[in-house]
Ligand binder design. Structure first.
Ligand SMILES: *Cc1c(COP(=O)(O)O)cnc(C)c1O
Length: 356
């Protein structure tokens, strides 16, 4: 018996509807990295059914994998387009988010080759120093509009570096720079806020918001109550229970030893399933509603929990992720963020989709 990962597509749809209701513009669904590890082929149709008509992936392969799942919807690739890929993009009706003047020229050449206007999205870097045209390149495009000829510019997009930190002055700086760029492109629609950005206020919304993590239950407002519904539940059966004497060590290197006569439950998952080794001696599972601490090192395929204080027996299930103890809590115990917990969720878990 293996660990069971339940993914609630109904909760994802509800989360999208909540985010969409927050602002007058359109709300995309970011489904990159296989919908943050939850399965883009399952998640994208659920979002489409909820009303989502704009989708973003990171790569062309990810977009191609869901093109048939979201008929008629806009499907765009955040990581842009390389010279050898333009024909595939246009043939599949997949839009590149253009990040350089070279990509812009390459995509425009494809439009000329095909003799039809191709849709395009331009990314401007407003201060993250990641993908996107520099402010100077954006100014060049404004001064030389021929660079856009043959293209239908659907959106100009920018991405926030620190939106989960509402006090971080970087947010206002980026918003001001984005507004300045957009003055040069009157009438062109904007796409700005990600999940956390949507909670910074109306000046961050734009015509097309791009939430990802919040759809999947990650708290977009760290430090405040999570407005999103939980989406994932991970639980696993106990394979064996061992009775330990005081001083008995548990797991590789014996980094935990019994301080009292203890009952240790062995479960069949580990870091090969994305249950990170950094969770050694740190995670807390639940049995019914009682906390059950992880003890010793997480190994590749096995992990130990101290069930001394509960009545758990072999074959009973412990909950690793759930409504009470969600991705953000587990992330804190691993020293990472909910995003990484989700995108690390293993392929060996038995997956069960709810709300379909
Ligand atoms: C990942 C990503 C998003 C979604 O971000 P979340 O924080 O998951 O909401 C939006 N835009 C870009 C450019 C991204 O890379």
């Amino acid at each position: 018996m293996t660990a069971l990962l339940e993914i609630d597509l109904g909760a994802i749809a509800d989360n999208w509807r909540l985010l969409d209701s927050m602002h007058p513009g359109a709300t995309a669904g970011v489904v990159k990295a296989d919908a943050y590890g939850l399965g883009a082929v399952q998640v994208a149709p659920a979002l489409l059914a909820a009303g989502c008509r704009h989708f973003f992936t990171a790569t062309f392969a990810e977009a191609y994998a869901i093109r048939a799942c979201v008929p008629g919807a806009m499907l765009a690739v955040l990581n842009g387009v390389q010279a050898g890929e333009v024909a595939e993009f246009s043939a599949q009706d997949i839009i590149p988010v253009l990040a350089t003047l070279e990509q812009l020229a390459t995509w425009r050449a494809q439009a000329i080759r095909l003799g039809r206007a191709l849709p395009a999205i331009l990314q401007i870097d407003t201060g993250m120093s990641r993908l996107g045209l520099s402010m100077a390149d954006a100014e060049l495009v404004r001064l030389e509009p021929a660079r856009l000829e043959g293209l239908r510019l659907d959106y100009i997009l920018s991405h926030l570096a620190s939106p989960e930190q509402p006090q971080n002055p970087q947010n206002a700086t980026q918003a001001a720079r984005f507004a300045r760029v957009m003055q040069g492109f009157p009438g062109i629609k904007t796409s700005f806020a990600n999940s956390s950005g949507m909670f910074l206020g109306p000046e961050f919304f734009s015509h097309l918001t791009r939430p990802g993590a919040a759809l999947y239950g990650v708290n977009p407002t760290p430090g405040c109550a999570n407005p999103m519904r939980p989406v994932v539940r991970l639980h696993a059966p106990i394979l064996q229970i061992r009775d330990l004497k005081v001083g008995d060590p548990v797991g590789y290197n014996g980094i935990w030893t019994a301080q009292r006569p203890s009952r240790i439950a062995v479960l069949g998952f580990g870091y090969a399933d994305g249950f990170m080794r950094a969770l050694s001696n740190a995670a807390i599972a639940r049995f019914d509603d009682a906390p059950v601490p992880l003890v010793g090192r997480v190994s590749m395929d096995l992990t130990n929990f101290d069930v001394t204080d509960v009545t758990a027996k072999t074959g009973d299930w412990l909950e690793l992720l759930g409504p009470v103890h969600g991705v953000d809590a587990l992330a804190a115990q691993a020293g990472t963020i909910g995003y990484e917990i989700l995108t690390s969720l293993g392929r060996r878990y038995q997956r069960h989709y709810l709300g379909v």
